[in-house]
Structure formats: structure tokens, C-alpha cells
Design a protein around this ligand. Structure first.
Ligand SMILES: Cc1ncc(CO)c(N)n1
Ligand SMILES: Cc1ncsc1CCO
Length: 216
């Protein structure tokens, strides 16, 4: 069994809750209130900017130039996706730019940046993997079950699309290859990082659904 298949099984209960979360259920049926989507898009623009930095740092830890280039390309794509949000949704809707990161976004981005800065390449790759894989699985699920017409079609198409699938496949292969060479102790840390990042994916959607703010 591939290491990534073990990871998938380990975090499956989290993924099931992500799929069933009202944010994703309402995205699927197109009934998600626009205010919640706007909150999400703004938080996601803040997320993508820091995610790109974490991907670039992961690249500096890679053991060869192929994987360095892969991670730099992932980082570039994340920046391009972030810019595309500004060219589309930020123009289409009035979005409040002032509020800054909500606690969920803050937790997730800081976890990814701290992990990429202070942990090994293996653990960093495992921590970054849910951003790819969970989004791909959620995108495919929503695409296959959506109501049409759907006001969130562009968002759905992006994550169910082929370009994104190609990146996800590459990230999975890198993770499996690293786990194959890693000690049992490292594989355990990779699994923990994967589960933590999966939890933070849930937290991110839940934060958007609740339009989460700071308690003080
Ligand atoms: C929170 C979050 N996770 C993952 C992705 C996709 O990489 C995204 N755009 N936002
Ligand atoms: C994972 C991911 N999410 C948005 S861009 C990106 C890198 C894909 O190349």
C-alpha cells in the first residue's frame, strides 16, 4: 500500500466532515450565501499568499533540482491563483480588504510557514499535501454532484480541472517517494503533519461559514 493511501485512510473521518460541512454542501447546491463566499475568497487570498511562501521554502529543502522546480512552480501557481481572485471575484463583488486574517486562516498559514521553516523536507511535504489533495477531492465531489446553474461554477471548475489534477499527482508522487526512504519515526511525523493540516482545512471552511472574527 502506498504511504499516501495510508495518509488518506488516517484522515478519512476529517475529509468526510469537510465534505458534509454546510459550506461545501451549499457550494455544491449553489445556495451558499454570497456574504460567506466573499468572506472565504478574501481569506483565501490571504491564505494563498502565505501558502506560496511555504511552497517556495519547501523547494529550498528539496534534495534535487526537479523537486525544487516542482515546488517553485507550485508557489508560482498559488500566486497566479491569488492574483486571479483579484481580477475576478474582487472586481465582481465589493470585498472588505481591511479585516485581515481570521483566526482559522491565521492558524493554518502560520502552521504551514512554521513547518516549512523549522521541520524537515519530508514533514513539510506531508503538511502541504492536504492543500492539494483535499481540495482536489472536494473539487471533484462538488463537480460530480453540483446543481446547475451554479453561481460558484468558476471556483468549482478550477479545483476539479486538469491543471490542478496534474499538480496534485506530482505532490503525491513526491510524498510517496520521500516516505519510501524515510525512517518509521519520520513517517510518523509526516502522518501527524498531514492530519494536522487536514484539520486546519476543516477549520478554514468552518471559519468562513461562521464569518469568524477575533473574540477580542
Ligand atoms: C485553505 C485552502 N486550502 C487549499 C487550497 C488549494 O490549494 C486553497 N485555495 N485554500
Ligand atoms: C495546491 C495549489 N493550490 C492553489 S495553486 C496550487 C499549486 C498547484 O500548482
Amino acid at each position: 500500500m502506498k504511504f499516501t493511501e495510508l495518509l488518506w485512510a488516517e484522515a478519512l473521518p476529517i475529509f468526510e466532515q469537510i465534505k458534509l460541512h454546510p459550506f461545501n454542501q451549499e457550494l455544491k447546491t449553489g445556495t451558499l450565501p454570497l456574504e460567506k463566499f466573499k468572506f472565504y475568497i478574501y481569506q483565501d487570498s490571504l491564505y494563498l499568499a502565505d501558502f506560496a511562501r511555504a511552497l517556495a521554502v519547501a523547494g529550498t529543502k528539496a534534495g534535487n533540482s526537479h523537486e525544487l522546480l516542482d515546488f517553485l512552480q507550485f508557489a508560482q501557481n498559488a500566486i497566479l491563483v491569488e492574483r486571479a481572485l483579484h481580477l475576478s471575484y474582487f472586481k465582481e463583488y465589493v470585498i472588505d480588504y481591511q479585516s485581515g486574517k481570521a483566526p482559522g486562516c491565521f492558524a493554518y498559514t502560520n502552521y504551514l510557514m512554521a513547518t516549512s521553516a523549522f521541520e524537515s523536507y519530508e514533514v513539510t511535504v506531508a503538511a502541504l499535501l492536504p492543500c492539494f489533495w483535499i481540495y482536489k477531492q472536494v473539487g471533484d465531489y462538488i463537480y460530480a454532484n453540483q446543481s446547475t446553474p451554479n453561481p460558484y461554477q468558476n471556483w468549482i471548475n478550477a479545483y476539479a480541472g486538469e491543471d490542478f489534477a496534474y499538480s496534485v499527482q506530482k505532490a503525491l508522487e513526491i510524498c510517496d517517494q520521500l516516505a519510501g526512504q524515510a525512517s518509521e519515526a519520520t513517517r510518523k511525523k509526516m502522518t501527524e503533519a498531514y492530519v494536522t493540516a487536514s484539520r486546519l482545512e476543516y477549520v478554514f471552511w468552518d471559519s468562513a461559514y461562521r464569518s469568524e472574527g477575533w473574540a477580542v
